[in-house]
Write a protein that binds this ligand. Structure first.
Ligand code: SF4
Length: 704
């Protein structure tokens, strides 16, 4: 055969992983090497306003999981203990029969629906409708609860509406000071880094708040290597310096905010030395950070999971929002706040109804007007819509208590991503029926009674909303393998089997989006002005966008906030830390996070040979002095245990981490799953578990 690469198809698509949603082109073809012909794929970044043509290593290799031999291509049903291939009809009948029995004997709340933040807007929307209309259950929530629910609820309380980024990514280079709190962009959203490099070239001062010297922290001008769980304490201390040194923007505060006087009274009681001691950093560094942010005209504060995955995550974010409001750095160029969402559709996935308390367009399931409006779009009676459910982990508790007896999981791997995994495993074993729709036999799918094969990012069409609130269209670029079906199609099929097909008769994803537009119309996240035609013509459209002849809103809150009095709200944040109490038995703090090569529970990236080769197994990052103290050698297997459970990983001794802290990535299941030890304690406002601060002990297995 002739040597060289022969391209047979070129697919325009979008990376399925993080919240930047980089546009790209995947070329498929054959290559001849030494007379052997093999299929090859090549991914390249495609020009786009958000990602600017860049791709990171995850995007470059995403096709490896989509084309993987382990892709599920047929439905599976458990028979005599084993999952065996069956026809779709049998799989759908099994689900419908089990659901119908539960509906008639136990009522709809015996069925739970569990979604994911990587699902398209159309699927997330339809999953919410499926729960409320096809099943009638109040129990629906999703893995985004573990992602940015703290930032979302904080943004809603403070500004009146939650859009991840209140400004454009293009504002980053215009900011003179940038605070990156609990976010490791260089590994989690790598294609955003050039925005920050550009800002630095323009003279910006970049502050990173993180217990580890991450690649992001290494690039900062100031790194506050904070003790996990102390973010709210630090933000309060910075705010006190800002106020004391006269950096407050009095005019902005007077005209555009409420609650300032109470905040001032509270700050009088904040002691900087005490705060610095709690945070485990020098007081001078707090002053320097506050001075850097307070003294400049423009600035942006970003938070991510480091701040948010805490039992005080909601309030910790509000403490950072106080900094933004106090200095008037919002609603104009080079200013704003951003929650760096983690999941591919972390923003859109939280807007259209797969949350326990939510209807499409960020409407509330507890608001009578919202219920009436959405019911009218769906053609049902408002009184038929169930009420508010519970958060994702609380659903697992209800499964454990046998209150929920059937669970339908779509686009999520809860047995890896929930805290306190032992309880989750026990719970799932108790179910009458566990249905998992996924591309692979994930850790959760392996426990299922019915497994449904779904299409990948290369094969399905839908919209995703990136971290800046920009809605982007991703169109199917190749046909589905085997009998894999689109998620939305599966929901329609099950609904039809439950005799609710008339509410779920859609031609395609665009048809669902047309209904979503209408359901979101007039709501806080208004998509009414966004159409597929527009998305094909334009490089994405920001929400809110109430009209097809108007641009979406790139910069939020220029003149007004979304509360009825148009003002934002300061928050009195009382905090002395959110960590789990350490003890003689559990003397170290365990925190978790991501690595460059992997995404979420690793269900996709661990199946990409190029990505798996970079990080093949889980590890713990431990400080050299801590390692010596616990007799741990570099590269050996260790056991880490909390009062909830233990896991086993390899040690990686590094001076990059605080001596009192261990860091373990979150991408592995089984005995390497960090969530065997994490905390199920929930934030009282947003029900986010305290993932980032478990009290643990460590021991080398060579001494076992
Ligand atoms: Fe872009 Fe994120 Fe995908 Fe990397 S993982 S290519 S940054 S969307």
């Amino acid at each position: 055969p002739e040597a060289g690469l022969h391209v047979s198809s070129v697919m325009d698509t979008q990376c399925p992983f993080c919240s930047v949603q980089c546009k790209m082109t995947v070329s498929a073809g054959t290559e001849t090497l030494a007379g052997i012909i093999r299929t090859v794929y090549k991914a390249e970044g495609k020009a786009n306003a958000a990602s600017q043509g860049r791709l990171c290593i995850k995007g470059m290799n995403a096709h490896q999981h989509a084309t993987h031999a382990e892709r599920l291509v047929q439905p599976l049903i458990r028979k005599e203990g084993k999952l065996v291939p069956v026809k779709w009809e049998e799989a759908l009948d099994t689900i419908a029969s089990s659901f119908s029995t539960l509906l008639s004997t136990q009522g709809p709340d015996a069925i739970g629906i569990y979604g994911g933040g990587s699902l398209s807007n159309e699927t997330a929307y339809l999953l919410g409708k499926f729960a409320r209309v096809a099943v009638g259950t109040r129990y629906i929530d999703y893995n985004g609860r573990f992602c940015m629910s703290a930032a979302a609820s904080a943004g809603s309380k403070v500004f009146g509406v939650d859009r991840g980024l209140t400004c454009r990514l293009a504002d980053i280079p215009l900011a003179r000071c940038i605070v990156l709190a609990g976010t490791n962009i260089a590994e989690c959203q790598p294609t955003l880094m050039p925005y920050f490099h550009q800002a630095k070239e323009n003279g910006a001062f970049v502050i990173v708040i993180d217990p580890r010297v991450t690649p992001t922290a290494a690039a900062a001008d100031l790194h506050l290597q904070i003790k996990p769980g102390m973010d709210a304490v630090l933000a309060n201390a910075m705010l006190k310096v800002i106020m004391d040194e006269g950096f407050a923007n009095e005019e902005f505060i007077r005209k555009r905010t409420n609650g300032y006087d109470q905040l001032l009274t509270h700050l009088k009681g904040v002691d900087l030395n005490e705060s610095a001691a709690l945070c485990g950093i020098e007081v001078e560094m707090i002053r320097q950070a506050a001075h850097a942010f307070g003294s400049v005209e423009t600035g942006i504060v970003f938070t991510a999971r480091g701040v948010e995955q805490q039992t005080d995550g909601h309030m910790a974010v509000r403490a950072f929002l106080n900094l933004v409001l106090a200095t008037g750095k919002i609603g104009r160029e080079g200013c704003g706040y951003g929650a760096i969402t983690g999941q591919g559709n972390g923003q859109g996935g939280r807007e259209h109804g797969q949350k326990a308390d939510q209807l499409p367009g960020y409407r509330s399931i507890e608001d009578e007007e919202d219920r009436a409006y959405v019911a009218s779009v769906w053609g049902v009676k408002p009184s038929s819509l169930p009420g508010k459910g519970v958060s994702a982990y609380e659903m697992m508790e209800l499964v454990h208590q046998r209150e929920i007896q059937a669970l339908f999981v779509m686009g999520s791997n809860p047995v890896v991503s929930n805290p306190n995994v032992r309880l989750v495993e026990e719970a799932l074993k108790k179910l009458n029926l566990l249905v998992v729709a996924d591309m692979f036999l994930t850790e959760t799918a392996r426990m299922a009674d019915v497994v449904l094969p779904v299409t990948s990012y290369l094969e399905n069409t839908g919209t995703m909303t990136n971290l800046e609130g920009r809605v982007l269209l991703r169109e199917a670029a190749r046909s589905a393998p085997g009998e894999a079906r689109d998620d939305w199609n599966i929901l329609c099929q099950v609904a039809a089997k439950l005799n609710k097909g008339s509410y779920f008769s859609y031609r395609d994803a665009e048809h669902i989006f047309e209904e979503l537009r209408l359901a979101s119309r007039g709501g806080p996240a208004d998509y009414y002005g966004i159409t597929y035609d527009r998305l094909r013509r334009e490089e994405g459209v920001y929400w809110p966008c109430p009209s097809t002849d108007r641009a979406g809103m790139d910069t939020m809150f220029r003149e007004t906030f979304a509360h009825s009095d148009q003002k934002a709200v300061f928050t009195v944040v009382e905090s002395c830390g959110a960590g789990e109490e350490i003890s003689e038995e559990y003397p170290l703090i365990l925190t978790n996070g991501r690595v460059l090569a992997h995404y979420l529970t690793g269900a996709q990236t661990r199946r990409s040979p190029s990505l798996a080769a970079r990080e093949i197994e889980n590890y713990v990052e431990i400080h050299p002095r801590t390692a010596r103290r616990w007799h741990i050698r570099d590269g050996e297997w260790v056991e880490i245990a909390s009062q909830r459970g233990s896991f086993t990983v390899r040690s990686r001794i590094k001076p990059h981490i605080r001596e009192d802290t261990l860091f373990v990535p979150m991408h592995w299941g089984g005995i390497q799953n960090v969530n065997r030890a994490t905390r199920p304690d929930l934030d009282p406002f947003c029900r986010m578990p305290g993932f980032k601060t478990a009290a643990v002990r460590i021991r080398p297995l060579h001494l076992a």
